[in-house]
Design a protein around this ligand. Sequence first.
Ligand code: E4P
Length: 217
Amino acid sequence: MKFFVDTADTADIRELAATGLLDGVTTNPSLIHKSGRAFLEVVEEICGIVDGPVSAEVVALDHDTMMKEAEILRKIADNVAVKVPLTIDGLKTCKKLTDDGTMVNVTLCFSANQALLAAKAGATFISPFVGRHDDVGLDGMGLISDIRLIYDNYDFATEILVASVRHPIHVLESAKIGADVMTAPPAVIRQLFKHPLTDKGIEGFLADWAKSGQTIG
Ligand code: E4P
């Protein structure tokens, strides 16, 4: 499963990219606002940090303006994935862009039928929002299972990008279901490395090593 980080904070992106485990980045208009930086400038910087896909979202609602915005975004770098909302105009834009060889991430997916439409529109990635789904009392991970089943039934190449990830269990369940990608905030990715028994084990080993009086090299 690929790991994308869901942020426009370039300090966090640099730190996580240095682990060698980061496969891409997703942003959205709210994350750009939170960064306090100019949209195109920050996307260009992120594209220089990671080689993998960097999602940058259009804000227009009509196809023609979406295409104009996508033109600007895809010129930033080859690894830009244009993010479009799951609407009729968004999917029309998706079809046109992917026919041209541009990566497209279809965002704000909340049903398996929407995911089916995105795959038919040639989406590179479909982003079902599991956390927001859970927030309204629905089963976010159940949605991922349904999409996996449907995509496998028809051999769709669209990658399932689990979005709106809130905690490590979302990551674990995504991997068990066989999602292709998950995108999570930096704090959730850092949590994945942590286990109290790992810390306790290191502490015990180092205490015994110190008592042995040895050094390596
Ligand atoms: C995905 O691409 C979105 O940016 C993101 O995962 C939204 O997450 P949220 O529901 O925590 O805002």
